[in-house]
Design a protein around this ligand. Structure first.
Ligand code: G
Ligand code: G
Ligand code: MN
Ligand code: NA
Length: 250
Protein backbone atom coordinates (compact mmCIF):
# COMPACT_ATOMS: atom_id res chain seq x y z
CA UNK A 1 0.00 0.00 0.00
CA UNK A 2 2.57 2.55 1.12
CA UNK A 3 4.88 1.14 -1.50
CA UNK A 4 2.63 1.94 -4.46
CA UNK A 5 1.78 5.32 -2.93
CA UNK A 6 5.49 6.08 -2.68
CA UNK A 7 6.00 4.96 -6.27
CA UNK A 8 3.23 7.35 -7.25
CA UNK A 9 4.70 10.21 -5.24
CA UNK A 10 8.07 9.58 -6.88
CA UNK A 11 6.60 9.80 -10.40
CA UNK A 12 5.71 13.43 -9.85
CA UNK A 13 7.42 14.10 -6.50
CA UNK A 14 4.05 15.29 -5.27
CA UNK A 15 3.72 15.52 -1.51
CA UNK A 16 7.47 15.22 -1.02
CA UNK A 17 9.47 18.15 0.33
CA UNK A 18 12.66 18.90 2.20
CA UNK A 19 12.91 20.76 5.48
CA UNK A 20 16.10 22.13 6.97
CA UNK A 21 17.24 22.22 10.58
CA UNK A 22 19.99 24.56 11.75
CA UNK A 23 23.28 23.20 13.06
CA UNK A 24 24.70 25.78 15.47
CA UNK A 25 28.39 26.31 16.23
CA UNK A 26 28.68 26.43 20.03
CA UNK A 27 31.70 28.74 20.07
CA UNK A 28 29.80 31.72 18.66
CA UNK A 29 26.16 30.67 18.27
CA UNK A 30 26.20 31.09 14.50
CA UNK A 31 24.38 28.87 12.02
CA UNK A 32 27.18 26.67 10.74
CA UNK A 33 25.02 24.42 8.60
CA UNK A 34 21.63 22.89 8.02
CA UNK A 35 20.52 19.26 7.88
CA UNK A 36 18.11 18.33 5.10
CA UNK A 37 15.18 16.25 6.38
CA UNK A 38 12.77 14.57 4.02
CA UNK A 39 9.03 15.00 4.55
CA UNK A 40 6.12 13.28 2.84
CA UNK A 41 2.56 14.48 3.10
CA UNK A 42 0.57 11.40 2.20
CA UNK A 43 -2.76 12.23 0.51
CA UNK A 44 -4.73 10.14 3.02
CA UNK A 45 -2.48 9.49 6.01
CA UNK A 46 -1.11 13.01 6.26
CA UNK A 47 2.45 13.82 7.33
CA UNK A 48 4.63 10.73 7.52
CA UNK A 49 8.00 10.57 9.23
CA UNK A 50 10.83 9.27 7.07
CA UNK A 51 11.22 6.58 9.73
CA UNK A 52 7.86 5.24 8.46
CA UNK A 53 8.65 5.14 4.75
CA UNK A 54 12.44 5.10 4.27
CA UNK A 55 12.60 1.39 5.23
CA UNK A 56 9.99 0.63 2.54
CA UNK A 57 11.91 2.72 0.03
CA UNK A 58 15.05 0.76 0.96
CA UNK A 59 13.42 -2.65 0.58
CA UNK A 60 11.90 -1.79 -2.79
CA UNK A 61 14.92 0.01 -4.21
CA UNK A 62 12.88 3.22 -4.55
CA UNK A 63 15.43 4.83 -2.22
CA UNK A 64 17.84 5.24 -5.14
CA UNK A 65 15.50 7.55 -7.08
CA UNK A 66 14.21 9.14 -3.87
CA UNK A 67 17.72 9.77 -2.56
CA UNK A 68 18.75 11.33 -5.84
CA UNK A 69 15.78 13.67 -5.67
CA UNK A 70 16.66 14.53 -2.05
CA UNK A 71 20.23 15.44 -3.00
CA UNK A 72 19.26 17.51 -6.04
CA UNK A 73 16.45 19.33 -4.21
CA UNK A 74 18.65 20.04 -1.17
CA UNK A 75 21.56 21.38 -3.20
CA UNK A 76 19.17 23.56 -5.24
CA UNK A 77 17.49 24.87 -2.07
CA UNK A 78 20.83 25.55 -0.40
CA UNK A 79 21.83 27.68 -3.38
CA UNK A 80 19.09 30.13 -2.32
CA UNK A 81 20.53 30.58 1.18
CA UNK A 82 22.13 33.98 1.70
CA UNK A 83 24.68 32.63 4.17
CA UNK A 84 27.46 30.14 3.45
CA UNK A 85 26.07 27.47 5.77
CA UNK A 86 26.96 23.87 5.03
CA UNK A 87 24.34 21.37 3.85
CA UNK A 88 24.10 17.94 5.49
CA UNK A 89 22.19 15.26 3.60
CA UNK A 90 21.28 11.85 5.02
CA UNK A 91 22.12 8.95 2.75
CA UNK A 92 20.90 5.37 3.04
CA UNK A 93 23.31 2.40 3.06
CA UNK A 94 21.39 1.12 0.01
CA UNK A 95 22.36 4.22 -1.98
CA UNK A 96 26.00 3.70 -1.08
CA UNK A 97 25.90 0.19 -2.51
CA UNK A 98 25.18 1.58 -5.98
CA UNK A 99 28.30 1.67 -8.14
CA UNK A 100 27.18 4.99 -9.55
CA UNK A 101 26.50 6.81 -6.28
CA UNK A 102 29.59 9.02 -6.12
CA UNK A 103 29.31 10.02 -9.77
CA UNK A 104 25.61 10.82 -9.27
CA UNK A 105 26.58 13.17 -6.44
CA UNK A 106 29.24 14.76 -8.66
CA UNK A 107 26.68 15.29 -11.44
CA UNK A 108 24.18 16.89 -9.03
CA UNK A 109 26.85 19.25 -7.69
CA UNK A 110 27.66 20.26 -11.23
CA UNK A 111 24.00 20.72 -12.24
CA UNK A 112 23.11 22.76 -9.16
CA UNK A 113 26.43 24.59 -8.90
CA UNK A 114 26.50 23.88 -5.14
CA UNK A 115 30.07 24.17 -3.79
CA UNK A 116 31.46 20.74 -2.98
CA UNK A 117 33.20 21.90 0.20
CA UNK A 118 29.85 22.90 1.71
CA UNK A 119 28.29 19.45 1.31
CA UNK A 120 28.27 16.89 4.13
CA UNK A 121 26.87 13.40 3.79
CA UNK A 122 25.49 11.74 6.92
CA UNK A 123 25.70 7.98 7.13
CA UNK A 124 24.85 5.64 9.99
CA UNK A 125 27.32 3.00 11.02
CA UNK A 126 25.08 0.29 9.56
CA UNK A 127 26.70 1.20 6.23
CA UNK A 128 29.60 -1.00 7.32
CA UNK A 129 27.47 -3.98 8.35
CA UNK A 130 27.73 -5.66 4.97
CA UNK A 131 31.44 -4.80 4.59
CA UNK A 132 30.52 -3.94 1.02
CA UNK A 133 33.33 -3.03 -1.34
CA UNK A 134 31.17 -0.62 -3.37
CA UNK A 135 30.23 1.23 -0.19
CA UNK A 136 33.87 1.75 0.71
CA UNK A 137 34.68 2.82 -2.83
CA UNK A 138 31.84 5.35 -2.81
CA UNK A 139 32.79 6.77 0.58
CA UNK A 140 36.42 7.07 -0.46
CA UNK A 141 35.42 8.79 -3.72
CA UNK A 142 33.17 11.23 -1.87
CA UNK A 143 35.94 12.11 0.53
CA UNK A 144 38.44 12.52 -2.36
CA UNK A 145 35.95 14.90 -3.99
CA UNK A 146 36.10 17.04 -0.84
CA UNK A 147 32.69 16.12 0.55
CA UNK A 148 32.49 15.90 4.35
CA UNK A 149 31.45 12.59 5.87
CA UNK A 150 29.46 12.54 9.08
CA UNK A 151 28.96 9.41 11.17
CA UNK A 152 25.34 9.83 12.27
CA UNK A 153 23.52 8.34 15.28
CA UNK A 154 26.85 7.50 16.87
CA UNK A 155 26.60 5.16 19.81
CA UNK A 156 23.15 3.83 18.96
CA UNK A 157 24.35 0.87 16.92
CA UNK A 158 27.26 -1.46 17.52
CA UNK A 159 30.95 -1.92 16.65
CA UNK A 160 31.21 1.83 16.87
CA UNK A 161 34.87 2.04 17.85
CA UNK A 162 35.96 -0.22 15.02
CA UNK A 163 33.98 1.94 12.59
CA UNK A 164 35.96 4.96 13.78
CA UNK A 165 39.26 3.12 13.65
CA UNK A 166 38.72 1.65 10.19
CA UNK A 167 37.32 4.64 8.36
CA UNK A 168 37.95 8.39 8.41
CA UNK A 169 34.99 10.61 9.13
CA UNK A 170 35.04 14.38 9.28
CA UNK A 171 32.49 14.63 12.07
CA UNK A 172 30.58 12.54 14.56
CA UNK A 173 26.95 13.14 15.46
CA UNK A 174 26.14 11.85 18.92
CA UNK A 175 22.89 9.91 18.97
CA UNK A 176 20.03 11.93 20.39
CA UNK A 177 19.10 9.25 22.92
CA UNK A 178 22.22 10.06 24.99
CA UNK A 179 21.42 13.76 25.04
CA UNK A 180 17.86 12.99 26.11
CA UNK A 181 18.97 10.77 28.99
CA UNK A 182 22.12 12.60 30.07
CA UNK A 183 20.45 14.78 32.70
CA UNK A 184 18.77 11.82 34.37
CA UNK A 185 21.37 9.15 33.86
CA UNK A 186 24.99 9.48 34.92
CA UNK A 187 25.78 6.61 32.54
CA UNK A 188 24.31 8.46 29.55
CA UNK A 189 26.24 11.57 30.63
CA UNK A 190 29.44 9.53 30.81
CA UNK A 191 28.74 8.16 27.31
CA UNK A 192 28.47 11.69 25.88
CA UNK A 193 31.72 12.74 27.59
CA UNK A 194 33.48 9.61 26.31
CA UNK A 195 32.31 10.11 22.72
CA UNK A 196 33.44 13.75 22.73
CA UNK A 197 36.79 12.72 24.18
CA UNK A 198 37.42 9.99 21.58
CA UNK A 199 36.32 12.28 18.77
CA UNK A 200 38.60 15.07 19.97
CA UNK A 201 41.57 12.70 20.25
CA UNK A 202 40.84 11.52 16.68
CA UNK A 203 40.62 15.11 15.50
CA UNK A 204 36.89 15.18 14.80
CA UNK A 205 34.30 17.76 15.82
CA UNK A 206 31.10 16.47 17.42
CA UNK A 207 27.48 17.46 16.97
CA UNK A 208 24.96 16.91 19.76
CA UNK A 209 21.48 16.38 18.34
CA UNK A 210 17.99 16.44 19.82
CA UNK A 211 18.83 19.28 22.21
CA UNK A 212 15.43 20.37 23.52
CA UNK A 213 16.15 22.21 26.78
CA UNK A 214 18.55 24.85 28.11
CA UNK A 215 19.87 22.32 30.64
CA UNK A 216 20.72 19.90 27.83
CA UNK A 217 22.38 22.72 25.91
CA UNK A 218 24.54 23.65 28.91
CA UNK A 219 25.38 20.00 29.46
CA UNK A 220 26.62 19.38 25.90
CA UNK A 221 28.49 22.69 25.98
CA UNK A 222 30.25 21.61 29.17
CA UNK A 223 31.12 18.29 27.51
CA UNK A 224 32.92 20.18 24.75
CA UNK A 225 30.66 19.41 21.81
CA UNK A 226 31.40 21.53 18.75
CA UNK A 227 27.93 21.84 17.23
CA UNK A 228 24.38 21.53 18.50
CA UNK A 229 21.12 20.78 16.80
CA UNK A 230 17.64 20.36 18.20
CA UNK A 231 14.19 21.84 18.70
CA UNK A 232 15.58 24.34 21.27
CA UNK A 233 17.84 25.87 18.62
CA UNK A 234 15.63 25.51 15.57
CA UNK A 235 12.79 23.39 14.25
CA UNK A 236 13.09 21.88 10.78
CA UNK A 237 11.85 24.63 8.43
CA UNK A 238 10.74 24.85 4.82
CA UNK A 239 13.22 26.11 2.25
CA UNK A 240 11.12 29.21 1.51
CA UNK A 241 11.18 30.32 5.12
CA UNK A 242 14.96 30.00 5.32
CA UNK A 243 15.39 32.19 2.25
CA UNK A 244 13.05 34.72 3.95
CA UNK A 245 14.93 34.71 7.26
CA UNK A 246 18.17 35.27 5.41
CA UNK A 247 16.68 38.05 3.35
CA UNK A 248 15.37 39.75 6.50
CA UNK A 249 18.74 39.62 8.23
CA UNK A 250 20.77 42.84 8.20
O1 G B 1 13.34 14.04 10.42
P1 G B 1 13.09 12.83 11.28
O2 G B 1 13.54 12.88 12.69
O3 G B 1 11.65 12.43 11.23
O4 G B 1 13.90 11.64 10.58
C1 G B 1 13.75 10.33 10.99
C2 G B 1 14.85 9.51 10.36
O5 G B 1 14.80 9.61 8.94
C3 G B 1 16.24 9.94 10.78
O6 G B 1 16.99 8.78 11.06
C4 G B 1 16.78 10.64 9.58
O7 G B 1 18.17 10.46 9.48
C5 G B 1 16.07 9.93 8.44
N1 G B 1 15.97 10.82 7.29
C6 G B 1 15.46 12.06 7.24
N2 G B 1 15.56 12.57 6.00
C7 G B 1 16.18 11.63 5.25
C8 G B 1 16.59 11.55 3.88
O8 G B 1 16.44 12.49 3.11
N3 G B 1 17.19 10.39 3.47
C9 G B 1 17.40 9.35 4.31
N4 G B 1 17.99 8.26 3.82
N5 G B 1 17.04 9.39 5.60
C10 G B 1 16.44 10.50 6.07
O1 G C 1 18.98 10.28 12.50
P1 G C 1 19.05 11.72 12.20
O2 G C 1 20.00 12.44 13.09
O3 G C 1 19.28 12.07 10.76
O4 G C 1 17.61 12.26 12.56
C1 G C 1 17.33 13.57 12.73
C2 G C 1 15.92 13.56 13.27
O5 G C 1 15.85 14.15 14.56
C3 G C 1 14.98 14.32 12.37
O6 G C 1 13.89 13.52 12.13
C4 G C 1 14.55 15.50 13.22
O7 G C 1 13.19 15.85 12.95
C5 G C 1 14.73 14.98 14.62
N1 G C 1 14.99 16.01 15.60
C6 G C 1 15.61 17.18 15.38
N2 G C 1 15.69 17.90 16.53
C7 G C 1 15.11 17.15 17.47
C8 G C 1 14.88 17.35 18.88
O8 G C 1 15.25 18.35 19.47
N3 G C 1 14.25 16.33 19.53
C9 G C 1 13.83 15.20 18.91
N4 G C 1 13.22 14.28 19.64
N5 G C 1 14.04 14.98 17.60
C10 G C 1 14.67 15.94 16.89
MN1 MN D 1 21.14 12.82 10.32
NA1 NA E 1 21.16 11.11 14.27
Amino acid sequence: LLRSDLEGALQSFSGLRMEYQSIIALHDGSISGREALLRWKHPVRGELSPAAFIPIAERTGLIVALGEWVLRQSCADAMTWRDAATLSVNVSPVQLQEDSFASTVAAILQQTNFPVQRLYIEVTETVFLADDVRTRRNLTKLRDMGIGLVLDDFGAGFSTMSTLVRFSFDRIKIDGSFVKEALHSEKAAAAVRAIVSVARDMGMPTTAEAVETHQQLEFVRACGCTYVQGFLLGLPARAESIACIDAAAP
